[in-house]
Each structure stands twice: as structure tokens, then as C-alpha cells.
Design a protein around this ligand. Structure first.
Ligand code: ADP
Length: 155
């Protein structure tokens, strides 16, 4: 059976940290499905289409990576896709505490295992929210994100 992992997140925008986790996920799984969650309450800097395209373009030569969008619980998405694993990155103790509660809950509600990868030390400080701050203030964000992330206007 194919080993499929769902990598859920907002990816607003994808960063070099996400890129590293996806790249390393490829060596562990037959398929990595990057799933962009739609949360009606959240305000995003990039549209869903932009966020999706940035990731698709970054992995255009990688057939094991697909990019989708979804609403609802990640475990429901996993069931729908027949994926047994959720992939998540851990940057620091705060991520750990947060992720631990979610992973336990998901495990209580399903049989899906969450697989955590420690972030590469080179990218562990990067977050999408800091990238957005840099973009908003006209800084050089290009060292923090894949070069497929293009900012058309300063928001
Ligand atoms: P969310 O809205 O779920 O926080 P993100 O897009 O910020 O979505 O993150 C999705 C996943 O990517 C999470 O598992 C998060 O820990 C991981 N991640 C975020 N930034 C990095 C980074 N710099 N290095 C590795 N993983 C990261």
C-alpha cells in the first residue's frame, strides 16, 4: 500500500522551513499531500490561489508532491484521501506543546499517526508571520522563502 502523508498548514506564504519539511517528507513517504486549510475567520496576506501556486511551482519537478485545499478536520481529510499519516514540523518547545495536544486529540479520534520532523537548524527560526512582517515593511524576504514566492504588491 502506498504510504501517504498529509502536510497541513496555512502556508501564507510557504517558507524555506516548510520546503525543508516537504523535501524530507518525500524520502519517508510515497506521496506528500500539502493541504492548505481554509479558515473563514482568518485573514490571509496571499489568496488561496497564490499560496497554492507558490507551492506547486516550488515542487513542479517532484511528482510525489501534490497540493490541495481543504476545509474541516485534518483527520477527515486523511480518511477521504486514504492517508495514514499527518506530517508536521517542530521548531521549538512552543510548537511541541501545541502539536502534542493536537496529535493526541487526532489519535483519540482516529488511527492516524502524526509524524514530526525537527526543523533544520538553518530554517528553524523562520515563520510565515515573520515573513509577512518583512514583506509588509519592504524588507528582503527572498532569503526566507522559495523563489517561487512572488509579491506583486506590498499589502
Ligand atoms: P499553521 O497555520 O498550521 O501554523 P503553518 O503554515 O504556519 O500552518 O505551518 C504548517 C506546518 O509547518 C507546521 O507543522 C509547522 O510547525 C511547520 N513549520 C512552520 N514553519 C516551519 C519552519 N520554519 N521549519 C519547519 N517547519 C515549519
Amino acid at each position: 500500500m502506498k504510504r501517504k502523508a498529509v502536510f497541513p498548514g496555512s502556508f501564507d506564504p510557504i517558507t524555506n522551513g516548510h520546503y525543508d519539511i516537504i523535501q524530507r517528507g518525500i524520502s519517508l513517504f510515497d506521496e506528500v499531500i500539502v493541504a492548505i486549510g481554509i479558515n473563514a475567520e482568518k485573514k490571509y496576506m496571499f489568496t488561496l490561489e497564490e499560496r497554492k501556486k507558490f507551492i506547486e511551482d516550488a515542487f513542479k519537478d517532484e511528482p510525489k508532491v501534490t497540493v490541495i485545499t481543504f476545509e474541516g478536520l485534518t483527520i477527515d481529510l486523511c480518511r477521504k484521501l486514504d492517508a495514514d499519516f499527518i506530517l508536521r514540523g517542530l521548531r521549538n518547545p512552543a510548537d511541541f506543546e501545541f502539536e502534542k495536544a493536537i496529535a493526541h486529540t487526532n489519535r483519540r479520534l482516529s488511527k492516524i499517526e502524526t509524524v514530526f520532523l525537527l526543523t533544520a537548524s538553518k530554517t528553524s527560526y523562520i515563520s510565515s508571520s515573520i515573513v509577512r512582517d518583512v514583506i509588509r515593511n519592504g524588507g528582503d524576504y527572498s532569503v526566507l522563502v522559495p523563489d517561487t514566492v512572488v509579491v506583486k504588491k506590498i499589502v
